[in-house]
Design a protein around this ligand. Structure first.
Ligand SMILES: [Zn+2]
Length: 192
């Protein structure tokens, strides 16, 4: 999707974010940088959104403490990827959280070298949490991180696969059009 596109149908979450792990990190709905509102109210809705974002999982929808742990994982991973996108060093605390989650998911995973599909498949007990940790590991190893960007308006992250000056918004429908309208109002006020 280009900055100047006139496409009115919202593109699906996979092409918007560029990776299932990013679709997971982008399950916050606030417009700014607060990350205080989620795009889902219950675990089942989250699971639907993750699948729409490209995640392959056979896990049940998370409830209670599982959902809480998933949200903690999301925020630690957001902090790490946001730092990577900005060229900053991720905080030690968030790095350690992610490191221990990855080691634990790998310890339980089945290893399938040479087989079609992912190298590590989540173990039977890890549930959706381990599916997400392994998706994050896949993103970290994908070689795409130099193209990782954070939306100028909100906290959504995406892989910028375009050429030219680069994409500034998570999507035109969510942030680009509103940011441009705001810029137009600001310029009009300034010249009035
Ligand atoms: Zn945005």
């Amino acid at each position: 999707m280009t900055e100047t596109g006139t496409n009115t149908t919202p593109p699906d979450a996979v092409t918007e974010a560029g990776h299932p792990a990013l679709a997971f990190l982008n399950t916050v709905s606030d417009d700014g940088k607060s990350r205080t509102a989620d795009t889902f109210d219950i675990g089942e809705t989250l699971l639907d959104q993750l699948r729409a974002g490209g995640l392959t999982t056979h896990s049940d929808a998370p409830v209670g403490v599982q959902l809480h742990a998933i949200l903690e994982l999301r925020e630690a991973a957001y902090s790490v990827f946001s730092a990577i996108a900005a060229g900053r060093r991720p905080s030690r605390e968030d790095r350690l959280m992610l490191e221990s989650a990855i080691k634990s998911a790998i310890a339980d995973a089945s290893f399938s070298p040479g087989a079609a599909g992912p190298l590590f498949r989540p173990g039977p007990l890890g549930g959706l949490y381990d599916d997400l940790v392994l998706a994050i590991l896949d993103l970290l190893q994908s070689g795409d991180l130099s193209r990782l960007r954070e939306c100028r308006r909100c906290t959504h992250l995406f892989i910028d696969r375009g050429r030219g000056p680069g994409r500034r918004w998570c999507s035109m429908t969510r942030c680009g059009n509103r940011a441009k309208a705001q810029g137009f109002r600001d310029r009009r006020r300034a010249s009035a």
